[in-house]
Ligand binder design. Sequence first.
Ligand code: NAP
Length: 242
Amino acid sequence: MKCALITGGSRGIGRAVCLKLAGMGYHVLVNYKSNETEAQKTLSQVEEKGGSATLLKFDVAERDAVSGVLGKWMETNPDHTIEVLVNNAGIKDDVLLMWMKDEQWDNVIGASLNGFFNVTRLVIQGMLIRRYGRIINIVSLSGLKGLPGQTNYSAAKGGVIAATKALAQEVGKRNITVNAIAPGFIKTDMTEGLDEKQLKNLIPVNRFGEPEEVAHAVGFFASPESSYITGEVLSINGGMYS
Ligand code: NAP
């Protein structure tokens, strides 16, 4: 059975990606950190659309948890192959650097950058053996441009952008592509506290984006049709160029 693993699939962009990839015929592995209720909702929505999914609860930042839960699932399901990996799990914790606490730096880097490493290193082994794979990393405008108040988040996403370009060159010969998508403001829990009425003036399209508008692009990068694109970063930000 061909599978797509989406980290942070319980809410927001991750949920929209789960629905998109399920619609493309993948059995969806929905990773989440702690929100059981929202993860169950993703599962139900995938099933309502005629797809199938498995919930996998682990913290992508915790190496032991990744190998303990995901590694074990892979071992016990040798008939399932992970063909698509979407590294989407991420958090933000904004504060000026001079006031940033150790854990604010560590947690943000942990979820995005260490999470990318912990999950990708495990999943890529099977892709290398089967000589096919699609890895899509959800980064951010903040990782391209750098945003004040987000040195932790900009560093985490900028790190993943550089890793995307490096890994793409390592695995291109094996028909594995590695690309990144850099959203601007997308309507999810992460942007809930922001004032769209004020911020939309910065956006040429004059509104925040929808999670589905990101998911469509993930679907393209996940498809065989994108086979000659690798190491790229696609901005989805309504024209807010950095
Ligand atoms: P969201 O609505 O806050 O959802 C975050 C998801 O990530 C949840 O499923 C959460 O799981 C999961 N998660 C967080 N930390 C995790 C960890 N350590 N291990 C496993 N799962 C973890 O966020 P979103 O807006 O959809 O963002 C998704 C991605 O897009 C993030 O990487 C974010 O940085 C990026 N992004 C978002 C925007 C935006 O405007 N929304 C813009 C640019 C980039 P639980 O439900 O269990 O907590």
